[in-house]
Design a protein around this ligand. Sequence first.
Ligand SMILES: NC(=O)c1ccc[n+]([C@@H]2O[C@H](COP(=O)([O-])OP(=O)(O)OC[C@H]3O[C@@H](n4cnc5c(N)ncnc54)[C@H](O)[C@@H]3O)[C@@H](O)[C@H]2O)c1
Length: 288
Amino acid sequence: MAGSSGLTRVGVVGSGIMGAGIVEVVASAGFEVVVRARSEEGAAAVVSQVDSRLRRAVERGRLQAAEADAIVARIGHTSHLSELAGCDLVIETVVEDLEVKKRLVAELDTVLPDNAVIATNTSTLAVVELAVATTRPDRVCGLHFFNPAPAMPLVEVVAPVTVAESTVEMVERFAADCGKESVRVADRAGFVVNALLFPYLNAAIALAERGVASRVDVDRAMRGGCNFPMGPFELLDLIGLDTTLRILETLHRETGDPSSLPHPELRRLVAAGHLGRKTGRGFLEHGT
Ligand SMILES: NC(=O)c1ccc[n+]([C@@H]2O[C@H](COP(=O)([O-])OP(=O)(O)OC[C@H]3O[C@@H](n4cnc5c(N)ncnc54)[C@H](O)[C@@H]3O)[C@@H](O)[C@H]2O)c1
């Protein structure tokens, strides 16, 4: 047991950008973690990514080598969902697709003990739709991390209408155990942060496409003029353009607000497979 949440063992399903970051956060907080990906290689790759990030922290003098070893030793990996059976909490962080997530939580529901909690890292999807795909809607909520998860201080704890207060409180305590500040939000597309952030990112694409300034100069302008740590195109490429497109589509579907109608240039880049840092090219070029 690592803290005030009373949890011991945490499952993470999904081995993408967010999966690896969340595994690092949770193992660093002292919990036993099992990461599940669709392939053994994908799951093992998460452990190697965490290992190499921690080694870099050791080289920079930010972490003791023994502590890095202990964190990595707490991470197990598997391609079998059934191996999450001993988890008190499972965080799902697979692709932002409602049908995929619904199938996943329904399957998780069959392997987890009755008192286990399922949390989704969805950026915009309706958490209630995942809750009612299980037999434990009172024990399903959102736990929305930010990218990169180890560095970003905030999580949004999303409370759908179906959830029990005790579940939300437990997840808030877990977030605190992980060193995160939490904000409790209602189950509305985009919650707080993405509801405000994504229309801005979409507007930045339109601005550059209108020729007001180059993408690089839009980034420079927002870094220098607003003291933002990164410009909108750097951030779009960090988030991933496929994920961005899905988030904007969901926001637009739910709110009808034209500010979240995905810009056609975003659709073109996604169709071309230029998804951002994860593919080496998005709005900007990235060295491999
Ligand atoms: N990228 C971000 O900045 C960010 C921030 C916060 C939350 N999120 C959310 O986190 C979740 C994951 O996003 P990501 O950025 O890590 O994406 P990613 O593209 O890096 O990874 C997606 C993961 O989903 C898996 N996957 C894809 N199709 C699947 C399927 N049919 N069944 C099961 N697994 C499948 C992939 O193998 C991979 O492990 C999404 O819900 C996203 O909205 C993303």
